[in-house]
Write a protein that binds this ligand. Structure first.
Ligand SMILES: Cc1cc2nc3c(=O)[nH]c(=O)nc-3n(C[C@H](O)[C@H](O)[C@H](O)COP(=O)(O)OP(=O)(O)OC[C@H]3O[C@@H](n4cnc5c(N)ncnc54)[C@H](O)[C@@H]3O)c2cc1C
Length: 287
């Protein structure tokens, strides 16, 4: 199916993009990689009359290290995250997850900001930035603000971004010494979206788990922090039995999806299995 007719605008700067969003209001949508928006438009599930292309805005793409964090531009393609030597060295779980998104065409077109703003319940990066405790920076007509990731994902396909706001960067704090991270995923065989994905970041100190952040994607309507698993890990010795016991709690407090092809019990079982794998690998990497 063809989308409804629309006008294409290429923004040369963040300010210009914000001005265009202000001018066209609800009839405008930002366009980044187009890999989520264009399929929706072709199905007429989205009918914007103005597309504001932000992909070529100078400075909106790329990764740099600054002030104890990696700063990832919103228009950075997944493939750049997957292959960046800086990301691989400083926060390898980010590269690990980005490298598992779709296929190479999807990774070359899809962007970090597009994935986070779209908030697809089966997307990979939302869970990863949740486990990493990132901060998302948004710019709108009222200025710039930083949104902690714990407050960013509100519900299915809905984030804390206000109408007219543009996500410009993601600030991911560098994990402290003794930390390890991992992303374990059961991909859909056709699309590679996460049927279940689990991101884990753990810190080990004096042979005990001192801190843990564990986040799930694919299992509920939005990325979910497995706080029961986190609480069960902290204070334990990093051994297989502690990990298995904590992983059993991965879906505690989560309304698990139900699907005619896959019931909630099976989904819950996958969440437990992949939580166990992600946490065990993260602990190995923490040394
Ligand atoms: C075949 C296929 C397989 C895929 N497999 C996976 C997978 O395995 N895992 C996975 O996670 N994803 C997968 N995706 C999704 C892919 O990663 C998308 O690229 C991504 O979800 C959206 O990014 P985009 O840059 O294409 O955004 P777009 O499609 O351009 O935009 C998506 C939405 O976000 C808004 N938006 C975009 N950028 C910003 C911004 N900076 N600030 C505010 N709003 C913004 C747009 O207005 C739009 O509403 C797949 C997609 C396809 C087509």
């Amino acid at each position: 199916m063809y989308p409804v007719p629309f006008e294409y605008h290429r923004a040369g700067s963040v300010d210009e993009a914000v001005a265009l969003l202000g001018r066209f209001g609800e009839s405008a949508r930002l366009l980044a990689g187009g890999h989520s928006l264009l399929p929706l438009m072709k199905l007429r599930l989205a009918e914007p009359r103005h597309l504001v292309d932000i992909r070529r805005i100078p400075g909106l793409s790329g990764v740099r290290e600054e002030g104890g964090a990696l700063i990832i531009g919103a228009a950075t393609p997944h493939q750049a995250l997957a292959t960046s030597p800086l990301v691989r060295e400083r926060i390898p779980m980010l590269s690990e997850a980005a490298g598992q998104i779709g296929d190479v065409q999807v990774r070359n077109m899809g962007t970090v900001g597009g994935s986070l703003a779209h908030a697809d319940p089966a997307a990979d990066l939302p869970a990863v930035v949740l486990a990493l405790g990132a901060e998302l920076v948004a710019v709108g007509a009222k200025g710039r603000r930083a949104i902690p990731v714990d407050r960013f994902f509100l519900k299915l396909f809905t984030t804390a971004l206000s109408p007219g706001e543009l996500l410009t960067e993601v600030r991911v704090p560098l994990p402290s010494a003794g930390s390890g991270g991992a992303y374990a995923k059961f991909p859909h065989p056709a699309t590679r979206y996460a049927v279940v994905g689990v991101a884990a970041l753990v810190t080990v100190s004096a042979r005990k788990i001192a801190a843990a952040r564990v986040a799930l994607t694919g299992v509920g309507a939005k990325p979910f922090r497995a706080t029961a698993t986190e609480a069960a890990l902290v204070g334990q010795s990093p051994d297989a039995s502690a990990v298995a016991a904590a992983a059993e709690k991965a879906a505690e407090g989560l309304t698990v999806r139900n699907d005619p092809r896959m019931d909630a019990d099976y989904w819950r079982a996958l969440a437990v299995t992949f939580a166990r794998r992600a946490v065990a690998t993260a602990l190995e990497r923490a040394g």
